[in-house]
Design a binder for this molecule. Structure first.
Ligand SMILES: [Zn+2]
Length: 167
């Protein structure tokens, strides 16, 4: 009986690991436009101007101050504020993507199980990141989601992940 229990437990463990592995693999790299869109969604840029903003952010059609005044029907002061919003969106989205990409890359490398969050040399971090520095954290989708919902770093994260590689 005891042996059967043991066998059952081992089997359940194997199933759990398989499911977990499936789940990890579902996390895919997101393209930069999806990051731009998330930022546009919480900015002061009207939805009708997302398309033109995206082509600016993608360096397809760069908007100078005059273009912004014209396209957004804005006076110079408002145009300057839109220009700043676009700049902020650009940096936040690129930094978030770079951070996520390095996390997901490590996640997909089967031999890395944990990582250490490193300070990139400034002290402008949110409380959540500050509480996580220099700790060994599990490299899982759950941890990635935890950063997505708790990190409030402004204007963007200034940390990097250091995968822990054990031989
Ligand atoms: Zn943070």
């Amino acid at each position: 009986m005891r042996n059967q229990c043991k066998e059952l437990l081992t089997m359940l463990k194997k199933i759990k690991n398989l499911l977990l592995r499936e789940y990890q693999l579902q996390v895919e790299f997101r393209d930069i436009n999806s990051y731009f869109l998330s930022e546009l969604n919480c900015s002061d840029i009207p939805e009708s101007k997302y398309e033109v903003s995206l082509s600016h952010l993608n360096h397809e059609k760069k908007l100078d101050l005059k273009d912004i005044e014209e396209i957004f029907g804005a006076d110079e002061q408002r145009a300057k504020s839109i220009q700043n919003s676009l700049k902020r969106i650009y940096y936040k989205a690129s930094c978030d993507k770079a951070w996520d990409d390095s996390f997901i890359k490590a996640l997909k490398a089967d031999f890395v199980k944990t990582f250490i969050l490193k300070n990139a040399g400034t002290n402008e971090h949110c409380d959540f990141c500050l509480s996580k520095f220099d700790q060994e954290l599990p490299l899982t989708v759950k941890t990635l989601e935890m950063f997505h919902s708790n990190c409030k770093c402004k204007p963007y994260k200034k940390s990097f992940i250091e995968p822990v590689i054990k031989f």
